[in-house]
Design a protein around this ligand. Structure first.
Ligand SMILES: Cc1cc2nc3c(=O)[nH]c(=O)nc-3n(C[C@H](O)[C@H](O)[C@H](O)COP(=O)(O)OP(=O)(O)OC[C@H]3O[C@@H](n4cnc5c(N)ncnc54)[C@H](O)[C@@H]3O)c2cc1C
Length: 383
């Protein structure tokens, strides 16, 4: 089946061909070993897809965000886990939009050449949760460096990345006019002294960590943009992140629908294919419609982003609708497979776990609903 694949045929074919080298036994083994898909990410990097958003002058391919989302969609759709590598795509935007000319000159060519990865972003903290303005990690300027102390949680891909974008408070909360001010972002060498990394074993095979920061020294030239404006820069990057993840969910969604349709046509119970029963075919048809509809919002959000127009509402709606549609499709696919859906060799239980994550991370459902209620519908702020 080729559902939803009517645009960017060459790009899709190229990514699909590469993904085809990493079949379901590869992803099953990686999942079972709780390993990082190093060979896959390496191949994606060497083929240039991981530097899709880096401008050509720095060695990248200078593609649009819409095209970058197609790459991530095809990774998910091939049965792989785009969560192992999507970080570089959206972190790149922060560096591209807010990094200095010197930072871009120093890092982008190396990232484009695959000598370095910028896959990690340390924002979430155990004490602050979604209320990012309450973070406790502090960066204090001392001469030509900042000294950082604090703690992060759920910092993903850190062990497979040379660089991390780190958010820290540079002015105490009590001294700023607005609580979103006084935070800054830094490019951090992940092998620096002062970082202790403890992996978190989790439901998905997602390389993610607790990070204890003890007198970490960051050269002042690694501050991104202006001191105190880091939270704004992070929010800026989140729109790209949401749109990319929406596309991954679309890829997962089509994967579930295709898998369910194929199995339902082949599986014979009571002397006929189970697909002949409306109780089986209707939920699959409904899932397909939900994915198609959500996908429209994904393209709308991506187009607005590429036109450099405001897209906060659309990025949030795209992420929410696509994550919900893919999770519904995951449920339908599992149900269609009956007991076999639980067997690892069918890949469904793995993709089921992977797709569930996106209703929580990188932003949870309630927070999206409150954004739309407040910023689009003008309802009272609830927190
Ligand atoms: C596998 C994984 C990978 C991750 N990777 C990264 C990463 O690389 N970098 C990073 O910085 N973070 C990362 N995160 C963190 C992720 O972004 C957060 O888990 C997510 O934003 C939710 O925050 P929280 O877990 O602190 O939930 P909390 O803020 O503690 O919220 C718990 C629940 O309460 C709800 N809630 C909170 N406040 C309200 C309110 N006012 N009204 C209604 N409901 C509310 C939330 O929606 C949520 O459902 C990752 C998380 C996971 C699980």
């Amino acid at each position: 089946m080729n559902l939803g694949r009517d645009n960017f045929p060459e790009l899709r074919d190229a990514v699909r061909t590469l993904c085809g080298q990493f079949d379901s036994s590869y992803w099953q083994a990686i999942d079972e070993q709780r390993a990082y898909p190093e060979a896959f990410v390496d191949a994606l990097t060497r083929a240039g897809w991981m530097s899709a958003l880096i401008p050509e002058e720095f060695g990248g391919s200078g593609l649009s965000l819409t095209e970058a989302t197609v790459i991530m969609e095809e990774v998910s759709r091939s049965g792989g886990n785009a969560g192992s590598c999507h970080g570089q795509m959206y972190n790149m935007n922060t560096l591209l939009r807010h990094g200095s000319a010197e930072q871009k000159r120093r890092y982008l060519p190396k990232i484009a050449a695959g000598e370095m990865r910028l896959q990690a972003m340390g924002v979430t903290e155990p004490g602050a949760g979604t209320d990012t303005t309450k973070i406790k990690t502090v960066a204090v300027r001392k001469g030509d460096r900042y000294v950082v102390n604090g703690q992060k949680v759920w910092t993903s891909r850190l062990q497979h990345s040379e660089l991390m974008i780190l958010l820290a408070r540079t002015t105490p909360l009590a001294e700023v006019k607005r609580k979103s001010e006084g935070m800054s972002i830094f490019l951090v060498d992940t092998k620096s002294k002062g970082l202790e990394v403890r992996p978190i074993r989790n439901m998905v095979n997602h390389e993610t960590n607790q990070v204890f920061i003890d007198n970490l020294e960051i050269p002042a030239e690694n501050l991104i943009g202006e001191e105190g404006k880091g939270f704004r820069y992070i929010l800026d990057g989140l729109n790209a992140e949401r749109i990319l993840i929406a596309a991954e969910c679309v890829g997962d969604g089509y994967w579930f629908v295709e898998k369910a349709s194929r199995y339902a046509s082949e599986r014979v119970v009571f002397d006929r294919p189970i697909a002949q029963n409306q109780g089986i075919q209707f939920p699959i048809a409904e899932s397909y419609m939900e994915i198609e509809a959500a996908n429209l919002m994904r393209y709308k959000a991506a187009a607005l982003y590429d036109e450099k127009k405001p897209c906060g509402a659309e990025a949030n709606m795209a992420k929410h609708l696509c994550a919900k549609a893919s999770w519904e499709a995951a449920n339908v696919c599992l149900q269609t497979h009956g007991g076999f859906g639980f067997a690892a060799e069918y890949d469904i239980e793995r993709k089921f776990r992977e797709s569930r994550l996106y209703l929580v991370a990188p932003i949870s459902t309630n927070l999206i609903l409150s954004y739309i209620a407040e910023h689009v519908l003008g309802l009272p702020r609830s927190f």
